[in-house]
Design a binder for this molecule. Structure first.
Ligand SMILES: [Mg+2]
Length: 271
């Protein structure tokens, strides 16, 4: 069983400032249907925002959704979402000191950050908006108050589209990377049979975790740089940089995902 996992925003979904190839999403839907591949969306979006994206852009339903930056896992079967309670148990076991409310208390009052709306929080995700120009002082303060105390990871990302800094506190065992590792293990897929596609920020973790990585052509410069650095340090890492000029596609978003899937043999024939 091969797994094709992908980030959504600006990776599978064409919601950045580059022009998408018309028909690329329909092609992705058809190719994944034709080939025996398990499709996994690995995204910061919650369930509702994922469903909105499916409706808005016409991408197919995934087989598995690792949502809320990997803090929730759902299977989509027979037209219904099934929440994976096993994942919750796993995270609690692996990160016993995790305590979202204690983190909330610890960071209350830090200048330059404010709590995100309740739909962006869950038992394993405590999230904030950060004034990007105050990022350094905010992160320094956060490190002092939180780092290493709650079996947590602290992930900062910058949404270049709307200029928002985003700060997530997650259990160290519940990230995009570990959620995908859990799914791969459940389906008995070796890491070499898992392709992960991304474009920015927190995609660095699954891209450098031993899966077959793909960067779409519109990937952030910062991510490209960080991935290249990781590849220099670990020559075993496999990451493909979508180039475009491939079967009439330009390599941005969905087209880059398709190009990467062909590169690793997840797709091996045309429609
Ligand atoms: Mg993205």
């Amino acid at each position: 069983m091969k797994i094709l996992a992908t980030d959504l925003d600006r990776t599978l979904l064409p919601n950045g400032r580059w022009l998408p190839d018309p028909g690329a999403i329909e092609l992705f839907n058809k190719l994944t249907e034709k080939h025996d591949v398990l499709v996994v969306y690995v995204t910061g979006r919650n369930l509702k925002l994922t469903e909105n994206a499916i409706k808005e852009f016409g991408v197919r339903y995934p087989n598995i959704l690792c949502g809320d930056v990997g803090t929730s896992i759902r299977k989509y079967e027979n037209g219904e979402w099934k929440f994976d309670d096993g994942w919750v148990d796993h995270v609690k076991r692996e990160s016993p000191r995790w305590d979202a409310m204690a983190i909330r208390d610890a960071v209350t009052g830090i200048d330059g950050m404010r709590e995100q709306e309740s739909e962006h929080q869950n038992q394993f995700k405590q999230s904030y908006y950060v004034e990007h120009e105050k990022k350094d002082q905010v992160l320094k303060k956060v490190d002092e108050l939180v780092k290493g105390k709650f079996d947590e990871v602290i992930v900062y990302s910058f949404d270049s589209l709307d200029g928002k800094g985003l700060l997530d506190f997650l259990p160290a065992s519940a990230t995009k990377q570990t959620a995908l590792e859990y799914v791969a293990e459940e389906f008995g897929a070796a890491k070499k049979d898992v392709v992960f596609c991304g474009d920015s920020g927190n995609d660095i973790f699954p891209l450098t975790a031993g899966f077959c990585g793909v960067l779409v052509k519109n990937a952030d410069e910062q991510l490209v740089e960080n991935v290249k650095k990781a590849m220099n340090q670990n020559p075993e890492l496999k990451v493909y940089f979508a180039k475009g000029d491939f079967k009439g596609l330009k390599g941005y978003y969905t087209s880059g995902v398709i190009e990467g899937a062909y590169h690793y043999g997840v797709f091996d024939s045309d429609i």
